[in-house]
Design a protein around this ligand. Structure first.
Ligand code: PSU
Ligand code: MN
Length: 306
């Protein structure tokens, strides 16, 4: 019984039954993506923004042997304070962690799984995982991409994290049939900046058109997710050259320290934050807020299209 592994907050259960707009939110960004206390403030503010825009937030984590959909303030505080002591839980980790009742912070991949099981189709985060630079040697390709290939959830993000190989990530997504849409832009954003030098597949200019595209995809049984790339607001974006320098430096240090696998993304994000004196964290927070708002607007339209 799936219900045995799902703990859905009553407000959310009710919203699903009544076809009300919902937005899923992940928890790896809380425990592994940002330091305390900014992680807690951001997680609570993101929920607030979703509500202000007319949808119901559903932050997801593994707690007490269940995928908990809809967290309490205490849950968020626990995930934020525990930081990297909480296991970063992706698809492959779910059977072990749930059967052993070990708590976990869900990545984009595992948040998509839980959201889909609960019946939530729109999800907001910062940036998705992707193909890492040097992947031809390391084989490091985020499980987020396979989830996008298979699970019917739309992910609103500020593009592919700039620490990754954007070109290879786009190729991978093309192979697996994952549409990459640009919200009001034909340029692929690079997380901290509005542009990356690459293009999205299609520009789309309204939440209603995005909702219509999602309905079309899933009605045709074209399984898998959709990436809605929403550029960081112009006034909040960081300088492209400054970021390129910081990211290259962080990648060098990672290599020197021999950091690999699931530690890679959290290490790079935190190193880039130090190298930019916290500027990258401020940008990361702003882009998540921006994505939460758009995800709520899409969720509102999604429940209306037929
Ligand atoms: N976006 C952020 N910060 C993060 C992440 C995304 O702004 O910390 C997390 C997501 O949970 C994503 C994960 O799924 O990083 C990717 O990790 P990996 O490359 O190991 O798959
Ligand atoms: Mn990886």
């Amino acid at each position: 019984m799936i219900e045995h592994y799902l703990d859905i907050k009553p407000e959310i259960k009710d919203a699903i039954t009544n076809n009300l707009p919902l937005v899923a939110l992940e928890s790896t960004i809380i425990s592994h993506g940002m330091p305390y206390p900014q992680n807690k403030e951001t997680a609570l503010q993101v929920e607030h923004i979703v509500r202000d825009n007319g949808a119901i937030p559903a932050t997801i984590a593994l707690l007490n042997g269940k995928m908990k959909v809809g967290l309490t303030v205490e849950d968020i505080d626990y995930l934020a304070k525990s930081g990297t002591k909480i296991v970063k839980a992706s698809r492959r980790d779910l059977p072990y962690l749930l059967s052993q009742k070990i708590d976990g912070a869900t990545t984009v991949a595992s948040t998509m799984i839980a959201a889909n099981l609960a019946g939530i189709k729109i999800f907001a985060t910062g940036g998705i995982g992707g193909v890492h630079r040097g992947a031809s040697e390391s084989f490091d390709i985020s499980a987020d991409l396979q989830e996008l290939a298979n699970t019917n959830v739309a992910v609103v993000c500020a593009g592919i994290k700039a620490i990754l190989d954007l070109e290879l990530t786009l190729e991978y997504l093309e192979t697996f049939g994952v549409p990459v849409l640009g919200y009001k832009t034909d340029k692929l954003p690079a997380f901290y900046t509005q542009k990356s030098g690459f293009k999205v597949n299609n520009q789309i200019d309204s939440p209603r058109d995005i909702a219509k595209l999602l309905k079309t995809k899933w009605t045709l049984d074209l399984k898998g997710g959709v990436i809605i790339a929403n550029p960081i607001p112009l006034v909040k974006q960081l300088d492209f050259n400054l970021m390129t320098k910081a990211i290259n430096q962080a990648l060098l240090e990672e290599k020197k320290l021999g950091i690999k696998g699931k530690e890679s993304t959290p290490f790079l994000l935190s190193k880039v934050k130090d190298l930019t004196d916290g500027l990258s964290l401020d940008a990361n927070i702003e882009l998540v807020y921006n994505n939460a708002k758009l995800a709520a607007e899409i969720a509102l339209e999604f429940v209306k299209v037929d």
